[in-house]
Design a protein around this ligand. Structure first.
Ligand SMILES: Cc1ncc(COP(=O)(O)O)c(C=O)c1O
Length: 493
């Protein structure tokens, strides 16, 4: 067996905030007690577990005994087979109950860390990385960005992105630099171009890339293995830390047409699995495969980053969500689904979302693409279809001449028309997400694309996460509104 490569020292990426952050002295004392349970502790002001008004927690969860457990769960409704995961003060699960409900280690319960490490071992190759539990990906990303952001730094991200994350870092002085994205995800050549031509007058060259490789939100794009390798190679050459935000990893699909009973193909190889330096920080969540209200996920990172993250957690959110940790420990433990059952569930979930995707695409073809005013690619993962609206076919579409200075200026009225389309949908009872809400917040002075981002915002994001009834009701409205919108010349009906 060949030994795993040693990670390189990446501490120069840490922010002044991170370096200035001290260890929470109270947490240090708690750790002494946790590591030596025989010590008599008069140290901590935690409520004693005998006063928690909870004797037992029963989670009644779907059975994963069938081949397609999600289909069974949906079709049988209240009579679908279930299993009870019970954690009680009165049996051997007492320790789990008491420790999960107490103030805990910032990294998470040791049992929960074991569970997510087992998930990592099954789906990724990351022998040297370590895990930290989080309150979901939003929590994880904002913490990682703060761990790395020196005010005035420039960070890279997909030009259309899950904007709340970059916005949070903007408030910490990060300037975002958009990288072009197409139907195959982030374009490596564009990443390289930005880094190779970086003007030092703009400050330090970007040292962090935030990206979503599978079923990217909002574009639905998935990076091919080849692009992943190219991106990692560029990250090595330009010393970039990659924040791999991958909430849709477990929602990957086959091509349309195949009737999925169960997803059998391999899940895509993550950027984490390519990482030999320790420069990929991978962010996972239970939000899309269990329930978002669990507020539970995990970071997989270089041990040095783990240490700083735990320090941060110890001085902020304290520890991950106790009830959620009990659920995953029991669910993946010997009395629950175990890892094999978890795999069956997520593969069956893939099949369910694939059916939803194909259902939405069929409606889209019938009612929207047929208008000749919009088109969409087939997403290989995630929850979204990125609909391109052919604004240039609109009777009031205007393309202004380049301004004399040659600087990038808004050359079309795409934003105005897309706003009108959004309003027209609302007036007809349909809400869609306009691409404008996903634009990476970046300084327009440095937008050196052939056309400015506003001119490329002729997209809307439509989700297939909802019910078939919602899709069947909504897509015909979109088709109708598009037809009326492209026929009429007045801004509102
Ligand atoms: C790309 C992306 N990152 C992060 C999140 C937030 O995930 P969580 O619920 O785990 O905080 C979402 C949720 O929609 C998302 O699409």
């Amino acid at each position: 067996m060949t030994a795993a490569p040693q990670f390189i020292d990446l501490n120069h990426h840490l922010s002044p905030e991170t370096l200035a952050r001290k260890v929470n002295p109270l947490k240090d004392i708690i750790r002494v007690v946790t590591n030596n349970p025989q010590l008599i502790s008069l140290a901590n002001g935690d409520p004693h577990h005998s006063l928690y008004p909870i004797r037992r927690i029963d989670y009644e969860v779907a059975s994963v005994a069938s081949d397609d457990p999600v289909a069974q769960w949906k079709s049988l409704g209240a009579s679908a087979p279930t299993q009870i995961l019970s954690t009680s003060k009165d049996d051997e699960s007492k320790r789990l109950l008491n420790s999960a409900l107490a103030y805990g280690h910032g990294a998470g319960l040791s049992e929960a860390l074991r569970v997510v490490t087992d998930i990592n071992i099954k789906y990724h190759t990351a022998p040297n990385h370590v895990v930290t539990m989080t309150l979901g990906n939003a929590d994880a990303i904002t913490k990682c960005l703060r761990m790395l952001a020196t005010p005035g730094d420039s960070f890279l991200a997909d030009e259309f992105t899950f904007a709340p994350m970059p916005m949070a870092a903007e408030a910490h002085g990060v300037n975002w630099v958009p990288v072009k994205i197409d139907s195959g995800g982030l374009v490596p050549e564009e990443l390289e171009r930005i880094l190779a031509n970086w003007d030092p007058k703009r400050g330090r060259r970007p040292h962090v890339l935030y990206t979503t490789p599978c079923g990217q939100n909002p574009t639905g794009s998935t990076l091919s293995q080849e692009r992943r390798k190219q991106i990692y190679d560029i990250a090595q050459r330009y010393d970039i830390i990659i924040i791999e935000d991958d909430p849709y990893y477990f929602l990957q699909y086959d091509a349309p047409g195949s009737e999925p009973a169960h997803m059998t193909k391999d899940f895509a190889k993550s950027l984490l699995s390519i990482d030999v330096d320790g420069r990929v920080i991978r962010i996972d969540t239970f939000s899309k495969i269990m329930a978002p209200g669990m507020r539970l996920g995990w970071i997989t990172s270089h041990p040095a980053f783990h240490t700083h993250l735990v320090k941060f957690i110890d001085l902020s959110t304290q520890n991950p969500h106790g009830f959620g940790q009990i659920l995953i420990v029991e669910l993946l433990g010997p009395h629950g689904w175990q890892l094999a059952g978890f795999d069956r569930w997520v593969r069956s979930l893939c099949a369910d979302y694939q059916r939803r995707r194909d259902f939405l695409l069929a409606l889209f073809e019938r009612d929207v693409a047929s208008t000749g005013f919009a088109s969409a690619d087939v997403p290989e993962a995630g929850m979204f279809i990125w609909v391109r609206v052919d604004v240039e076919k609109h009777p009031r579409f205007v393309r202004a001449a380049d301004d004399a200075t040659g600087a990038n200026v808004v050359k079309t009225n795409t934003t105005t028309l897309m706003t009108e389309l959004f309003d027209a949908c609302i007036a007809d009872g349909l809400v869609i997400c306009p691409s404008s809400v996903f634009i990476l917040p970046a300084d327009p002075r440095y937008d050196d694309m052939p056309s400015p981002i506003d001119d490329r915002s002729n997209f809307i994001r439509v989700t297939f996460a909802g019910s078939e009834e919602t899709m069947a009701a909504g897509i015909p409205i979109l088709g109708r509104v598009l037809k009326e919108f492209f026929a009429g010349s007045s801004p509102t009906k």
